[in-house]
Design a protein around this ligand. Structure first.
Ligand SMILES: CC(C)(COP(=O)(O)OP(=O)(O)OC[C@H]1O[C@@H](n2cnc3c(N)ncnc32)[C@H](O)[C@@H]1OP(=O)(O)O)[C@@H](O)C(=O)NCCC(=O)NCCS
Length: 142
């Protein structure tokens, strides 16, 4: 298992496809809705096993105060095996190397226990995505 940024076009296609399948398709969102303009400047992390991408996340570094993790997703056949945790630890390591001492994220309600297990603190309730997915702000000192 290896965590790194996708390189070839095929790897980038697999990266965005996983994001789409896990974070957009179940809510009937169109292809393309899994991307936004900050993809061009963010740090992208993917977990590779036997050439296949099983998990992804993006680290945004636009703020001076904190780094932000977005688009965290693990293939539904590979959840609960520690892949999400490995990617989050890699994101934290990247953030620390860039001089950050805090990470924030907008957690889907279903993922709150996952982030709590990694030491994140649940802050305030934030937005409702697609009319049904409640998000909560969470933070961690790293
Ligand atoms: C949430 C998600 C990213 C977690 O990744 P994962 O690979 O399944 O999680 P891991 O196996 O690395 O779990 C790490 C820890 O979190 C805990 N955890 C994960 N999901 C949990 C849950 N639903 N309830 C309780 N604990 C949970 C695990 O028990 C584990 O704890 P441990 O280290 O003490 O054993 C993944 O399940 C996923 O992609 N879900 C759907 C998309 C989503 O909701 N993404 C988050 C958007 S904010």
């Amino acid at each position: 298992m290896e965590i790194r940024t996708p390189q070839s076009q095929q790897e980038w296609d697999a990266y965005y496809d996983l994001r789409y399948r896990i974070l957009r398709a179940p809510w009937n969102q169109p292809r393309g809705s899994e991307r936004n303009e900050q993809d061009a400047i963010a740090i992208h992390l993917a977990c590779f096993e036997s050439g296949k991408i099983l998990g992804v996340a993006r680290l945004d570094t636009e703020s001076d105060d904190f780094a932000q993790v977005r688009f965290m997703a693990v293939d539904d056949t590979a959840q609960g095996k520690g892949i999400g945790k490995k990617i989050m630890l890699a994101a934290e390591q990247n953030a620390r190397m860039l001089g950050y001492n805090r990470i924030m994220l907008q957690a889907r309600e279903n993922a709150i226990p996952f982030y709590l297990s990694l030491g994140y603190t649940q802050k305030e309730k934030t937005h409702l995505l697609f009319g049904e997915i409640q998000h909560w702000r969470m933070e961690k000192e790293i």
